[in-house]
Design a protein around this ligand. Structure first.
Ligand code: PMP
Length: 360
């Protein structure tokens, strides 16, 4: 079988066991005589799949009972507007922490609904670090505080959760959800596009504290109101059924493999050895401040950028693919989400060492 190690930032690798299970169940799910794709979302079979995914995610993240889990369309990007639409609740502003490309997108969308205040920005440092807790200037009148715990493009991750007191904390966890233990009760709302640590593209998972539901002003489109989806178990209309099903298989796979604490330990180890290989090479460089380095997305450059294409070509031959950096930064980026096995990181490190020796 020609499976490669796929370092894509998203859509990203899916655990092999999950793909194999989906393959086994493709033509006939559990004796139903049909694939999950072909099922009515309101039928008993599909309802059991959907409910198990919800329950498993709750178990994995220890989601408190006063939070709803929503499985929504529009990806993480739709949340950039749904958040201000639903959570401003008559207030004039919200706080945003600006740490790079994805926070900027959230901020520019928020501007359509309010005057967002920048609680901190690391733009002067080219977004190469997360701001320290002491740098955050929080407005006591803000409707909420929004931040991006992991910037997928910059490879910058917060080593702490900002303390916002009574003001709801909103987190775009697209590229960090399920990668390390977090205390959900510190957040008002957590959202994530599915296509990295959750499953296939086409869905966002939203975890929302119940008191934040039902605050959208009158006139809010039905599909963009959290209340609609919370009231209908994310089945107001036809949900992305197959993506939700695969997400459920991923959640079950995580539970079977020790849950988030076990995954967090592996992720920390994977990241540490990759950064150590970069720092010790004299050939590769990662520009991010050590304390803010992402466990999930590891950008790096070569001492000789003219070798980028050769690096990518040879890596591909070695079964290591999608290492090209984001078009806005160039260089390389290795995304090492839960489904990218430690052996894949080991293989990348030994390829990088060999390449540096031959070309350094
Ligand atoms: N936020 C972050 C941190 C992301 O990495 C991405 C996608 N790369 C998005 C938002 C946008 O997600 P989507 O494509 O699901 O809209």
């Amino acid at each position: 079988m020609g499976r490669v190690y796929n370092f894509s930032a998203g859509p990203a690798a899916i655990p092999l066991e999950v793909l194999e299970q989906a393959q086994r169940e493709m033509l006939d799910w559990n004796g139903s005589g049909m694939s999950v794709m072909e099922m009515s979302h309101r039928g008993k079979d599909y309802m059991s799949i959907a409910e198990k995914a919800d329950a498993d995610l709750r178990a994995l993240m220890a989601i408190p009972a006063n939070y709803k889990v929503l499985f929504l369309q529009g990806g993480a990007s739709a949340q950039f507007s749904m958040i201000p639409m639903n959570l401003l609740a008559g207030k004039k502003s919200a706080d945003y922490i600006n740490t790079g490309a994805w926070s900027k997108k959230a901020i520019s969308e928020a501007k359509k609904f309010c005057a967002p205040k920048i609680a901190a920005t690391t733009e002067a440092d080219k977004f190469m670090r997360a701001p320290a807790a002491a740098e955050l200037k929080l407005d006591a009148d803000a409707a909420y505080v929004h931040y991006t715990p992991n910037e997928t493009i910059g490879g910058v991750e917060f080593p702490y959760v900002p303390a916002t007191g009574e003001i709801p904390l909103i987190a775009d966890m697209s590229s960090t959800i399920l990668s390390r233990p977090i205390d959900v009760s510190k957040f008002g709302l957590i959202y994530a596009g599915a296509q990295k640590n959750i499953g296939p593209a086409g869905m966002a998972v939203v975890i929302i504290r119940e008191d934040l539901i039902g605050k959208a002003p009158e006139g809010t489109p039905t599909m963009l109101d959290y209340k609609t989806h919370a009231a209908e178990g994310s089945m107001y209309n036809t949900p992305p059924t197959y993506t939700w099903y695969i997400a459920g298989l991923v959640f079950a796979w995580l539970l079977k493999n020790g849950g988030i604490p076990a995954m967090g330990a592996i992720n920390e180890r994977k990241a540490k050895k990759l950064y150590a290989a970069i720092d010790g090479s004299g050939f590769y460089k990662n520009p991010v401040e050590v304390g803010s380095r992402s466990w999930m997305n590891v950008p790096f450059t070569l001492a000789k950028p003219e070798l980028d294409e050769t690096f990518l070509k040879e890596a591909k031959k070695a079964g290591l693919v999608t290492l090209k950096g984001h078009r806005s930064v160039g260089g390389m980026r290795a995304s090492i989400y839960n489904a990218l096995p430690e052996a894949g990181v080991d293989a990348l490190i030994s390829f990088m060492k060999d390449f540096a020796q031959r070309n350094g």
